[in-house]
Design a binder for this molecule. Structure first.
Ligand code: NAD
Ligand code: ZN
Length: 364
């Protein structure tokens, strides 16, 4: 079984992202290879902790790393300042100093909280991400954004903090629900549309294998996404706003997600619907042909994602878009495709046009 290693550039340095099956069993060796030493404090939650902590812990101990476990509440409940403060105290009580490494084992929520704690505890200690959801593998574990939620909203406090190492064991994804896998595939398809026509074509061929958790297909698809995100994020310093292209499908997606109070749609499902709207906006400006929209829709559907809704909350979505626009300095910008593998950031989309794109989501 092939394992891939993608290096994420960070100025003159870089860090490795390992992607493959059964990698948690080799975590101790990968830690040593990355030059890590000292105590490992593993932050984990929920099912990921129950299923995969024993394997990770054993591998680290065998390689000579003392292991401390810090469980946190599962999901968004774990992403709070209160939980961060509890983890800071636990690390202090256990006597962990600046030589320790914080390890995040879990989905994006665990990764965001652990990253935030690692960047602040004693002004920053080393961090290793072991993402266990598809979304975390292709998105949150790469790029260095950390964060916690406030009562006022999600991800309102956070830092930029890069890990020393990322270990993506695709075998852990087998315990995800089909709905979680599909939600992650929305982000994977997004990478194809924005930057990689070959990845898009690969997904068209292998989407059933991906939903069936074929490890070779998962490893290949995830590695491509990691390469794209790493490339975009590392160039962003020079080409300002390049990072914005990662938001393809997210402007309307976020508004749809928020309109259902984050309960009716998963993030990936909302992004799928958002990508359909963005593609239609591009079509109506003459940027792409109808075939593009049909091809994207067919792949999203094959990935188990919605491309239509029974009831579109048009008024609430438009309200959220207005709120979003205010927050981002008064301009409503959309990432729109110009061909497969290429997108541009454009503004000037009027409310009637956006309304029409939302109306098109409705089942006929
Ligand atoms: N930092 C970034 O750049 C970035 C980017 C995108 C999203 N995010 C954040 O990521 C979070 C969403 O991440 P997520 O979708 O992974 O959700 P999550 O971390 O809340 O995990 C979802 C659920 O899956 C469970 N789980 C995790 N791994 C599992 C496995 N292998 N098998 C079975 N169950 C498993 C978790 O315990 C949890 O109940 C959000 O908080 C979002 O803000 C951050
Ligand atoms: Zn997303």
């Amino acid at each position: 079984m092939t394992t891939q290693c993608v290096r994420v550039p960070l100025g003159k340095r870089s860090y490795p992202v390992w992607i493959g099956a059964g990698l948690l069993k080799r975590a101790g060796t990968l830690f040593k290879q990355a030059g890590l030493k000292g105590e490992a404090a593993v932050i984990t939650a929920g099912k990921a902790g129950r299923l995969y902590l024993p394997m990770l812990g054993r591998s680290l101990k065998t390689a000579g790393f003392p292991v401390t476990v810090v469980p946190i509440p599962d999901g968004e409940k774990g992403k709070s300042l209160g939980v961060a403060a509890q983890v800071w105290s636990t690390l202090l009580k256990k006597g962990l100093d600046r030589s320790a490494t914080l390890v995040a084992l879990g989905g994006g929520a665990v990764g965001d909280l652990a990253g935030f704690v690692a960047s602040t505890y004693m002004r920053g200690i080393r961090l290793v991400h072991c993402p266990t959801t598809l979304l975390a593998c292709v998105d949150s574990a790469i790029g260095g954004k950390t964060g916690v939620n406030l009562p006022e909203g999600k991800n309102l406090v956070g830092t930029f903090y890069q890990p020393a190492l990322v270990i993506e064991d695709v075998s852990t994804l087998k315990s995800l629900s089909p709905r979680q896998v599909s939600a992650g595939l929305a982000e994977v398809i997004k990478y194809g549309v924005i930057r990689d026509a070959a990845l898009f074509a690969y997904l068209e061929r292998r989407v059933a294998d991906l939903r069936g958790m074929k490890e070779d297909a998962m490893t290949h698809a995830i590695a491509q996404c990691v390469r794209i995100k790493a490339d975009v994020v590392s160039r962003d310093e020079r080409e300002s706003n390049l990072r914005a292209i990662l938001n393809y499908g997210h402007t309307i997606g976020h508004a749809l997600e928020a309109s259902g109070q984050y309960r009716t749609l998963t993030h990936g499902e909302a992004v799928s619907l958002g990508m359909m709207c963005a593609a239609r906006l591009a079509l109506w400006k003459g940027a792409i042909k109808p075939f593009f929209v049909a091809r994207q829709e067919a792949l999203l559907r094959k990935a188990g994602l919605p491309t239509r809704m029974r009831r579109v909350p048009v008024a609430r979505v438009l309200e959220h878009l207005v709120y979003d626009k205010k927050r981002s300095g008064g301009r409503q910008r959309f990432v729109i495709p110009t061909r497969l593998g290429k997108v541009v950031v454009a503004d000037g989309y009027t409310t009637p046009l956006i309304r029409r794109a939302l109306a098109e989501l409705k089942w006929p």
